[in-house]
Every structure is written in C-alpha cells, then in structure tokens.
Design a protein around this ligand. Structure first.
Ligand code: ATR
Length: 291
C-alpha cells in the first residue's frame, strides 16, 4: 500500500518541502508520496483527524497551524509542548504523536554551517511568533548569556519572555532575558552590542508584501556578529545583504529548513536522511520557483 505524508499549511505555493522530502523518500525507494495540502483554519480539525487513517504516515505542519495543531493530536513531546508548536506528526496505529524539529534544524545550521558557538553569547531574536519561540527556547538551552526578544507587537514579545524566564528559572539556567519593542532606542543599543541576530519575522520573504524590507538598518549591525535569517527565499534577503556589506557573517534559512526536514524524515522512516540529496533538491526547487 502506498503511504502518504503531507505538509499542511496555508498558503503553500512557495513550499519546497515536497521537493526535498520526495527526493529523500525516492533515494530509499520507499513507496511513500509526500504531498502539499493547503488547509485553511476552518478545515484544520478534519485534516488532522484524517491523518489517523492507515495510509497516512504523518505530516509536517507549517504556518499558520503549528500552535493550533498541538491541541488536536494524541501525544506531544516535551520540547514541542515547551515551544507551544508542532511541526511534525507521526501516525502510530491511529494515534498521532507531535514533535517540533525547528529548534534542532536551527541549532544544527548555527553550529555546523555558520560555525557559531552560542554559549555565553549575547543574542537578539527579531519576532515573537512560532519560529521565534522555537529559536528562543533553543538558544536558552544552549546557554546564551543574554536573550532579547524584539517584536513589532510588544505584548507578544513580553509573553514569550515570560515563558522563557519561567523555563530558565525552573531549570536553573542563568541568562538575562528582555522584551523590546521594534523601534525602541534600547533595541538600537542592544543590537550594537550583540553577537547573534536572528530574524524570525517574515520581512524580506519573497512574495510577501514586505519582500524588499529589512528589519534592521546597516549601520547598526556589528561586523563581528552573525546575522541569521530564517527566511530562505530569496537566499540573500535584504537583511543578509546589508549585514554582509557591514562585514558581518551571515546565514540564510535553507540549512535550517533542510535539517528540520531531515529530523522529521528520521521520525517518519527511522532512517538517516540523505542530506546531500535533500539540499540539492531544495536548491533546485528554489531555482524553479525563481528563488
Ligand atoms: P512564524 O511561525 O513564521 O513565526 P508567525 O507566528 O505568524 O509566523 O510570526 C510572524 C512574526 O513576524 C511575528 O513576530 C510578527 O510580528 P507581530 O507579532 O507584531 O505580528 C512578525 N511580522 C510580520 N510582519 C511584520 C512586519 N511587517 N513588520 C514587523 N514584524 C512583522
């Protein structure tokens, strides 16, 4: 029987997950099809319910459903519960188990591709949505010395900082954590002194209304910092361009995307993901969609 894995989100036009996941499944000659399924919020409950059918091996969950899905499945692993978001589901005999592989993808790209050691570093996360939550908890667990969450909507940054602060206290993690609003002068000062900047907003994303925008201006970016943009299309976002011009190190979102997908692949198939094949399929897909 052919089995199915789907990526569930809305909209999905620009997703390259079907390309690189299918390439990995084909590499192992598995009789599994990976399909994109655009699902609106009103239809999420029934889409998740159907994943329990035996032909469905699991799913990736993406924007805007990662948070809501947590409440619609049967088991949630500890890290996904901490982050409050699920990006991977596996169907185990009609019971759905949920995971979050975003933090793994983020950290593997940070260490292996950007060669950055987060321990004792001053980090700033731009954004306070699902991606920022995974990145925030990941950085906390890697012992950064300070963590600033800066967001357009300050209340959302404060809420994430609240969760991070509680987690740090419960686990005796020593770190300074603060919420800042997007245009504050405090943020300007903090950026000048930080060692890692991670963009978790959608600014700069191809096809979005903010495609041409950078969340920071160039004269703020320290040249010894690493600027990490989770946006993977285009490969060089406006933020990464000005960061490179300012002399900073940069990394885009493609390695994280592939590594989080590789971790999901392992959960579904119990096999090591063929990373080279996944990377080249993802790059080709980006070229095909004009990335
Ligand atoms: P994801 O799961 O990718 O994190 P999300 O939960 O929708 O997606 O979060 C998107 C993030 O991008 C939020 O931090 C959002 O800021 P708000 O909380 O103020 O909405 C940020 N964002 C989106 N568009 C933005 C814009 N034009 N300017 C600044 N921030 C923006």
């Amino acid at each position: 029987m052919t089995q199915f894995i789907s990526v569930i989100g809305y909209p999905l036009r620009h997703s390259v997950s079907p390309d690189f996941q299918q390439a990995a499944l084909d590499y192992y000659k598995l009789d599994i099809r990976y399909e994109a399924r655009e699902v609106k919020i009103a239809d999420l409950l029934s889409a998740i319910y159907k994943l329990r059918q035996p032909q469905n091996l699991g799913a990736n969950i993406t924007v805007p459903h990662k948070e809501e899905t947590l409440h619609l499945i049967d088991e949630v692993d500890d890290f996904a519960r901490l982050v409050g978001a699920v990006n991977t589901i596996v169907n185990r005999d009609g019971k759905l188990a949920g995971f979050n592989t975003d933090a793994h993808g983020f950290l593997k790209a940070l260490r292996d591709d950007a060669r950055f050691k987060p321990e004792n570093k001053r980090a700033i996360v731009l954004g306070a949505g699902g991606a920022a939550r995974a990145v925030g908890f990941a950085l906390l667990q890697e012992s950064v010395s300070s963590l600033i969450i800066a967001n357009r909507t300050l209340a959302k940054a404060e809420s994430l900082v609240d969760s991070l602060t509680k987690h740090a206290a419960n686990n005796k993690i020593s770190v300074e954590i603060a919420a800042m609003s997007w245009q504050s002068s405090k943020l300007t000062e903090a950026v000048k002194n930080c060692q890692l900047i991670v963009n978790c907003t959608s600014l700069g994303m191809k096809g979005s209304p903010y495609e041409a925008q950078s969340p920071l201006v160039s004269d703020l970016i320290p040249k010894d910092a690493l600027v990490y943009d989770l946006v993977y299309n285009p490969p060089e976002t406006p933020l990464l361009k000005i960061a490179r011009e300012a002399g900073a190190d940069t990394i885009g979102g493609l390695p994280m995307l592939v590594y989080q997908g590789a971790a999901s692949f392992k959960i579904w198939t119990d096999r090591e993901a063929p990373l080279d094949i996944m990377f080249s399929a993802a790059r080709q897909a980006l070229i095909n969609i004009g990335g």
